[in-house]
Design a protein around this ligand. Structure first.
Ligand code: TRP
Length: 460
């Protein structure tokens, strides 16, 4: 793949060609009519793509357990761009998810030289405090540190056996001079994403990871790694239904009855097939076509939409038999809000974004200077109207500050018709943002000294 078509999760450049990215990497598009109580980011098309979100929606519908995993870099300040992920996390939590938050202190150490102590301090003050203020419920939220969870690192090592430098080159474009911190970080991140499924962290259940598209390479890697560990594959059956096939690997030769000479031990294999069918009893299928010798079980009566539930059944069996039993992670992707100056939002350029603890004065100054979609003169503006797609004040109302869809539509109409001037839309943005920031600061005060409620036992 040529470098321009790759996504680089560490780059300060961001591709915003969302249609191409979706297409190239096979992301699903979001059908908001399928989402219960869609939030503003869903209603406004800001969360635009996903992988396997239907698996999560199925869990919501059946009230089956599912989790969310999200992560933060504990260097730099939290700004509006980061708050978008937390809005989605809160929505998932309201629909029944448990929440795991990774503090990527090892990644920050490796890629930015942030000490673990500074990373901890920064994570709590800048991020966890604001997550609390943004309304995450501590009773089902667990914040942990990469450096404090050996299980994550163990997984990174275990999963690392299933990939190689060629795959890293294909996904990330690594070359001979790539710093090894960039090889370690994705493996640890795969560990982060997978580990909530371990027994001691909640057990087998689907996990969804809401991210910006810049993080998709990590999801592709992690999903691939999970799939490579599978002892059973679930596929569409040509003649209708689903087929479960055994995936023979070194570590399951004995269990699946494959002898040293490749010969299949009939009674071992038949016993596995009996257990395989038994694992599917909750699905209520009546016929199976079993071919133990070839390692296939056809389920003609299965619907294609049953695939995730069938997979969950066979992953549970895989665990009983001694495999890892890992569900590939699901994900959602959001568009990035434009930076206030018209280019990318970045913590290192304070004028490009609003920080969660910006004063009303600082915010006001930034909005007043922000990139405008207005016309050069009032006369032209009255004639041609403003351009919402370029106007930062409008977009910040849309992404963050105006939760009422009708009011937002009214503002858009007024602005585009030229009745509302650029200065006026900026003032509306300033008023809403003032309220938003003041409210957030009050909520932060409420959580002062109580952040431990969000920390997992190994993070205290
Ligand atoms: N790499 C992420 C970042 O740069 C941080 C992170 C670490 C993360 N582990 C994660 C994000 C797991 C999502 C899921 O911000």
């Amino acid at each position: 793949m040529d470098d321009s078509r790759r996504i680089d999760p560490w780059s300060s450049e961001q591709s915003t060609d969302y249609a191409r990215i979706s297409d190239q990497f096979g992301l699903g598009s979001i059908d908001i009519s399928k989402l219960p109580n869609p939030g503003i980011l869903h209603r406004r098309g800001i969360v635009f793509a996903h992988r396997d979100l239907d698996v999560i929606l199925g869990c919501m519908e059946r009230s089956d357990p599912f989790g969310v995993l999200t992560g933060l870099m504990p260097s730099g300040k939290m700004h509006l761009g980061h708050s978008m992920v937390i809005d989605q996390v809160r929505w998932f939590q309201e629909q029944g998810a448990d929440i795991t938050v990774t503090v990527a202190d090892l990644e920050a150490l490796a890629t930015r030289g942030t000490s673990l102590a500074d990373g901890r301090e920064n994570a709590l003050r800048e991020y966890v405090h604001n997550y609390a203020a943004l309304g995450l419920d501590p009773s089902s939220t667990n914040v942990y540190f990469q450096s404090g969870r050996p299980a994550v690192q163990r997984l990174a090592f275990t999963l690392g056996r299933r990939t190689n430098l060629s795959e890293f080159e294909a996904i990330y474009g690594f070359k001979g001079d790539t710093n090894l911190a960039h090889v370690q970080a994705p493996l640890v991140q795969a560990g982060d994403i997978i580990h909530p499924q371990l027994e001691e962290f909640g057990g087998l259940r689907p996990i969804v990871v809401p991210v910006g598209v810049d993080q998709d390479p990590h999801l592709r890697l992690t999903r691939g790694l999970a799939n490579k560990t599978h002892w059973f594959n679930v596929k569409a059956r040509k003649a209708g239904g689903l087929t479960v096939t055994l995936s023979i690997q070194d570590e399951n030769l004995n269990v699946f009855g494959v002898g040293p000479n490749g010969r299949v031990d009939r009674s071992t294999r038949e016993a596995i097939f009996a257990r395989l069918k038994a694992s599917l009893v909750p699905m209520g299928y009546s016929d199976y076509i079993a071919n133990p010798k070839h390692g296939t079980l056809d389920v003609p009566g299965a619907k294609s939409s049953d695939a995730a539930q069938v997979r969950m059944c066979v992953l549970a069996l895989e665990r009983e038999l001694g495999g890892m039993g890992l569900m590939p992670p699901c994900s959602t992707y959001h568009r990035f809000a434009v930076g206030m100056t018209g280019d990318k939002m970045s913590s290192s350029k304070p004028e490009t974004t609003i920080f969660m603890d910006d004063s009303v004065e600082a915010m006001t100054r930034k909005v007043k200077r922000a990139f405008s979609g207005g016309q050069p003169t009032v006369e032209e503006h009255r004639l041609h109207g403003g351009d919402c797609s370029k106007d930062v004040a409008f977009q910040y109302l849309q992404f963050f500050f105006e939760s009422d869809d009708d009011e937002l539509a009214r503002i858009a109409r007024e602005y585009e018709s030229g009745r509302m001037l650029a200065g006026e839309i900026k003032q509306i943005c300033i008023d809403s943002a003032s309220e938003w920031l003041t409210d957030l600061a009050e909520k932060r005060d409420m959580w002062d000294g109580r952040l431990d409620e969000f920390l997992a036992p190994d993070a205290l």
